[in-house]
Design a protein around this ligand. Structure first.
Ligand code: NI
Length: 136
């Protein structure tokens, strides 16, 4: 093999780490590192899939976020307004005391939809962004 390995250190909220450890035990993972390597590969595969999308798309962008992060709700609204009109409608669900889900129906150029999903995903306090594309 001869694959060069680099050690990095990451910070995680305690509850996320606890949940990770619980899931590792039930999945028989050998180590946290192995699980995080898989998660990074998954993240990159998803990113590659998004970058390869082209043409006019129809689908949904679903984001889960912590509305208590200062300025986040406003940022999410701004990003939708700046998205070149691809957000056709959005629905908001208050999940619990902190977490919100926003589901946006999108239609338009792949580049604009990708930019929307990328920008939302990069915000601090946004925990998940899923892009679903349907063919017509
Ligand atoms: Ni909410």
């Amino acid at each position: 093999m001869g694959e060069k390995i680099t050690r990095i250190s990451i910070t995680l909220p305690e509850d996320l780490l606890r949940e990770l450890d619980r899931s590792l035990r039930s999945q028989d993972y050998a180590s946290r590192s192995e699980a995080i390597r898989d998660a990074v590969r998954d993240f990159l595969a998803n990113y590659r899939w998004r970058t390869e999308l082209e043409g006019e798309l129809l689908g949904a962008v679903v984001a889960v976020y912590d509305h208590e992060v200062k300025g986040l709700v406003e940022r999410i609204t701004e990003i939708q307004h700046e998205s070149g009109g691809v957000v056709k409608s959005s629905q908001h669900l208050h999940l619990d005391e902190r977490n919100c889900l926003e589901a946006m129906l999108v239609r338009g150029p792949a580049g604009e939809i990708r930019k929307l999903a990328d920008r939302l995903g990069a915000l601090r306090g946004v925990k998940q962004v899923k892009l679903v594309v349907v063919s017509t």
